[in-house]
Design a protein around this ligand. Sequence first.
Ligand code: PEP
Ligand code: MN
Length: 333
Amino acid sequence: MIVHTQKHVEPDALSKMSRALEATRYTRADGVSVLVTPSAMKEVPEAWRALVQESFPMNSDLQLGSRAYMKQLRRIPFGPVEIGGESNNTVFVAGPCSIESEEQIETVCHALVSLGVKVLRAGCFKPRTSPYSFQGMGIEGLKLLRSAADAHGLSVITEVRDASHVEDVITYTDIVQIGAKAMYDHGILNAAGGCGKPVMIKRGFGSTLKEFVQAAEFVLSKGNENVVLCERGIRTFETQTRFTLDLCGVEFIKQHTNLPIIVDPSHAMGYRYGVAGLSRAAMAQGVDGLIIECHPNPEQAKSDASQQIDLKSIQELYAQMVALAAAVGRNLV
Ligand code: PEP
Ligand code: MN
């Protein structure tokens, strides 16, 4: 159950009520505190009713992120654009898998700005499967990414890999990415909950939809109301593609949650030949964003070389998305 208190309840009374209701809580800017109890609790006990404005009994632990709580899609500031709400906006996010050098990121920024892209994505701390693969440029990359983006008027989204650099990423980025492998990391989820910046959570490739939205609940229940989900493919029995893009899952998210959903066809497919087709499918489906990996020289990329598309291809893909967005009633932003 979600409980909205009266405005500015005394801190002492608030903690006593939270303890009695076994609730997590945060306080909104307007002074209302939001308490979230286990979903088995359906009613506010008599003793606390005077402090309560409104309560919302819930059927499952999909609570703050549910349509049952919030009928409209959340409006999320995503860099300089807004997604969700009634906007019908689909944000086109692009960039290399990893920032590799000043020259590389400069070339990519130049190409993206000329298309009208507003949000740049690149990894600095890479969660690689092998310890012998390129691990990312770390803090040096983060600073380079920030200054390249600033020089071109772009916003940045980049990933937190582990607890060692959460604060650095939060400081330098505009939007915090929690990657598929970090989806269960409670240190990262909690830090993201208190960071004051929008957060995008990528679905773990072995995670159910319920686990995926519950990861978002951790961030939401720490008081961060700006959470976006990203479907990036799950592991199935199929081995010919890197993962399997779960577009059924996207429909589930749209139906049952109030969280915008972004699709990442690059990681799902794992091969550049499929990126445009999957992007068209996702756009036609009406997603809130696309994240595409691109690189000036994809074959030479230090990570995810097989799936990144070159700068001419991203230009072609962007043009396709402009036409398709118009055809399906979306605004490409
Ligand atoms: C990435 O976005 O570059 C990445 C590592 O993706 P994922 O967390 O989905 O594997
Ligand atoms: Mn990648």
